[in-house]
Design a protein around this ligand. Structure first.
Ligand code: SF4
Length: 390
């Protein structure tokens, strides 16, 4: 394989653990130096071995965790060999995730000089009550200051992460957060509906009755408010949770949704070579040990069957607003219409029905409607059952 492909580095360190977070990250920053050495070791392994040896990188995503905890010198230590071992295409998109409210924000100019050309800021909300519920470390002023610093550092491709359906959040509060975000005219916005994942402190608070989760009707209202507000402001929704100004879609995420190969390095990172998928151990100590003895730290591997590939193409394709081409659809479009007709048991106040409001067929493509995007999991379950029953 010669690429281009997407490369992801998982930096599993955070200043503290947020109450809702299900990503793999730890706060033991004393492990950063050995981690960086292991990451370089793992990078060397994959650059010298099939299937990723010699491939070129079109998008590089430095995610986590909190990659902005690394100093510019530490990033230089990683990025120089990376550019040597993998060929970065000339206009490669290089994104770094950063969190407001950390001293590390002073490093932004240096990150920019290292070639990082896209910044994704974990703002989540501008409302103090939401930030407290999510146990974020930063406050509203620090969120705003981070955006100003990013612009000053020369980031002209800026993405803001925001979260709605936070327990206790009102429509008005979410509207204010959207308006405050839009005032900075970011090129890209990711607006995620909060999922309360089992095993997180927030999940325990819900189970113990201390926190009331956002109800589905309010979540729907917030989602539609997001779509309408951002559309009016000139943003295109190109995926369930992602919006951009024209020309600023995330190339990295689009590579995932298009089923292109990607290599993930670091604990818990996933990789896919077009046929096989594998994922790394979700523990820094295990990662360090495995990489030092084997050059990599794979926890498990699976080879996708033809049926799994079809299901995956539906799951990924329907996340995108463009949907799937009718040619090559792994089920008959008429059957999809029939499977989704008259659905009224999904616990939502709208009817999907005979005219199939959940899916749209146009321009030789099948895509989810606005209601369909809201019910993504439900629709996918229905459509994937058409694949498995054929
Ligand atoms: S900063 Fe991000 S990755 Fe780190 S704990 Fe919070 S949500 Fe998770």
């Amino acid at each position: 394989m010669t690429g281009p492909a997407a490369l992801y580095l998982h930096i599993p360190f955070c200043a503290h653990k947020c109450a809702y977070c299900d990503f793999y990250s730890i706060t033991r920053r004393e492990l950063l130096p050995p981690f960086i050495d292991a990451l370089l070791h793992e990078m060397a392994f994959y650059s010298e071995n099939p299937p990723f040896g010699g491939f070129s990188v079109s998008t590089l995503y430095l995610g986590g965790g909190t990659p902005s905890l690394l100093t510019p010198a530490q990033w230089k230590k990683i990025l120089l060999p990376l550019k040597d071992k993998f060929t970065l295409v000339q206009d490669a998109e290089i994104t770094l995730e950063a969190n407001p409210g950390t001293a590390e924000m002073a490093h932004l100019s240096a990150y920019r000089r290292l070639g990082i050309n896209r910044l994704s800021l974990g703002i989540q909300s501008f409302q103090p009550a939401d930030l407290a519920r999510l146990s974020r470390l930063h406050n509203t002023a620090e969120a705003e200051q981070a955006i100003r610093l990013a612009r000053k550092a020369g980031f002209d491709n800026l993405s803001l992460d925001l979260i709605f359906a936070v327990p206790g959040q009102t429509v008005d509060a979410w509207r204010k957060t959207l308006d405050q975000a839009l005032a900075f005219q970011p090129e890209h916005l990711s607006c995620y509906s909060l999922t309360i994942e089992p095993g997180t402190p927030l999940h325990r608070q819900v189970q113990q009755g201390q926190v009331q989760p956002c109800d589905e009707e309010l979540e729907r209202e917030l989602f539609i408010l997001t779509q309408e507000t951002l559309q009016q402001a000139g943003y295109e929704q190109y995926e369930i949770s992602n919006y951009s100004l024209p020309g600023f879609r995330s190339r990295h995420n689009q590579a995932y949704w298009s089923g292109y190969p990607y290599l993930g390095l670091g604990p818990s990172a996933h990789s896919f070579d077009g046929h096989r998928r594998w994922w790394n151990v979700r523990d820094v100590d295990q990662y360090l040990r495995a990489v030092s003895t084997q050059g990599r730290a794979v926890a498990d591997t699976e080879t996708l069957t033809t049926e799994q590939k079809k299901i995956e193409s539906v799951l990924l394709g329907l996340r995108r607003v463009e949907g799937l081409p009718l040619a090559g659809l792994p089920f008959q479009a008429e059957k999809a219409a029939a499977a989704l007709a008259g659905i009224d048991d999904c616990g939502r106040p709208f009817q999907s029905s005979a005219d199939n409001k959940l899916i749209i067929q146009a321009n030789d493509r099948l895509a989810l409607s606005r209601e369909g995007l809201l019910l993504y999991n439900y629709v996918c379950e229905k459509l994937c059952s058409l694949i498995t029953s054929t």
